[in-house]
Design a protein around this ligand. Structure first.
Ligand code: HEC
Length: 437
């Protein structure tokens, strides 16, 4: 059924307050998309800015009729992405590569340059993943929150909802609404203009002087939530400046504290109560027995093995054995001692660049003192470390440790050749250069 006459409420239309109520807008109802499109074009041409159309489904082409500009959202998203990119960049530079001192109060956000294997503190390729992620994150936030802000959302109250007629907007009616706050709104002419649009009804929509209760409740809930949200940061801030003797709160236990039987404890399940089980009777042990002090610890009698003996089949001074020593030296020793054994490895150079106060330079492996060390001593240095140098015995097998020792000896010999060494090399003739320095 269709209305042909345009009815208008005969209440006041001059925008003045009416017993505390204020005229918010004029609402025009239409029955077809084409009617509202035509009306929208006329309202646009009349120069209104604070007006809108409401339809039960998207009406194609209505944005052009309304003269809606292209959204600024892409620009906003781009700006947010750029800020994210910059944040990722500065964050990583700040945390990894800066030791700038801020005033004491801001000390907790100081940078912490952390030396890892002599790598540079600031290296763009390593930082790209975080920069990328932050760019995406900030862009996404920009898109979501920008959309909400540009659309004036969330809006939990609109005076239009007070109109009974307006309810059909979700069903089968099309509405055009002009707010009285529009600069072009004129109490005399605007209602006439709206009536002439050919809608089925024109209605005045009034607003209450105070928003209805739900709005006030929502606002209060938001304030309470905000206060609650401030509690965790407040606790963290307090924890940062106070000390406590009690252990830290261990929220996520994982498998940190588990029931288990430690080696020397009693275990009731077994008759002899040993946690560590004995080998099955008659078992024969093989390899890594720790029973060969010379091979496994570099010791003969009370001292270090004086010479490098080829007394066991594992240790033979072959070309492959030296090559293996060369490779393992490159992995485990060169970062500090340098490929040439001079002690000028990458980590050492870095520490000197950074003027690390506590740095002890790696020893030159080719100086007179080191050349005078028995091979067993070198072997023991690798196994157990020495003074400030850490032990590597748990990572390098005894064979490989001997191979490194042999290679260190070869390095020393290369720096201080004996008469005849050169002739021997010349006899071999030009050789392919190997990868080392
Ligand atoms: C993390 C750095 C670092 C690595 C890696 C390292 N060293 Fe050292 N090394 C040092 C430092 C530092 C010293 C000097 C220690 C001191 O004087 O307090 C040293 C000393 C030595 C010495 C001299 C000991 C002496 O007799 O006075 C030898 C030999 C040696 N290293 C061999 C090696 C070998 C072989 C490797 C590889 C398995 C190795 N180092 C790996 C840092 C390192």
């Amino acid at each position: 059924m269709s209305h042909t006459a345009t009815a208008i409420d005969t209440r006041r239309t001059d925008g003045a307050s009416d017993g505390g109520r204020r005229l918010h807008a004029l609402l025009v109802e239409f029955e077809t998309p084409s009617a509202i499109k035509e009306a929208a074009r006329r309202i646009r041409d009349a120069g209104f800015v604070r007006w809108d159309t409401h339809t039960p489904f998207p009406v194609h082409g209505i944005d052009e009729q309304m003269g809606i500009q292209r959204t600024k959202l892409p620009l906003l998203v781009f700006a947010c992405g750029a800020v994210g990119c910059l944040t990722g960049l500065v964050l990583q530079w700040w945390t990894n590569a800066s030791n700038v001192d801020l005033p004491a109060a801001l000390n907790f956000i100081r940078g912490y340059p952390f030396q890892v294997s002599g790598k540079p503190f600031w290296s763009l390729p390593a930082n790209i993943p975080v920069i990328f992620e932050l760019t995406v994150l900030f862009s996404a936030f920009g898109a979501v929150f920008g959309m909400l802000v540009l659309n004036d959302l969330p809006k939990h109250y609109n005076p239009l909802f007070r109109s009974q007629r307006f309810r059909r907007v979700t069903d089968d009616r099309f509405f055009l609404c002009v707010e009285t706050a529009d600069p072009s709104y004129d109490p005399q002419h605007t209602p006439a203009l709206l009536r002439s649009l050919g809608g089925t009804a024109v209605e005045e929509v009034y607003d209450e002087p105070t928003p209805p209760a739900p709005t006030r409740i929502v606002n209060r809930v938001l304030v309470v939530l905000l206060c609650l949200a401030l509690i965790p940061p407040a606790i963290i801030a307090k924890a940062r400046v106070s000390r406590s003797d009690s252990p830290r709160i261990h929220l996520i236990q994982d498998m940190d504290n588990q029931e288990k039987f430690k080696t020397q404890r009693a275990y009731p399940l077994f008759a002899d109560q040993r946690v560590m089980r004995l080998p099955v009777a008659g078992a024969v042990a093989r390899g890594e027995l720790g029973d060969d002090a010379h091979f496994e610890r570099g010791i003969v009698g009370n001292g270090y093995a004086e010479q490098f003996p080829a007394h066991r089949p594992e240790v033979r001074l072959t070309a492959e054995f030296l090559q293996r020593g060369h490779d393992k030296y490159g992995v485990y020793c060169a970062p500090c001692h340098g490929f040439d054994g001079s002690g000028q490895g990458r980590i050492n150079q870095r520490a000197i660049e950074l003027e690390e106060p506590a740095w002890v330079a790696a020893a030159a492996l080719t100086d007179a003192e080191r050349r005078s060390r028995p091979v067993g001593h070198l072997f023991n240095t690798i196994t157990n470390g020495i003074r400030t140098m850490g032990p590597y015995g748990d990572r390098i097998s005894p064979e490989d440790r001997w191979a490194i020792v042999a290679y260190v000896r070869a390095l020393q010999r290369a720096h201080y050749p004996r008469a005849g060494d050169l002739a021997a090399v010349e006899n071999i003739g030009p050789r392919e250069r190997d990868g080392g320095e």
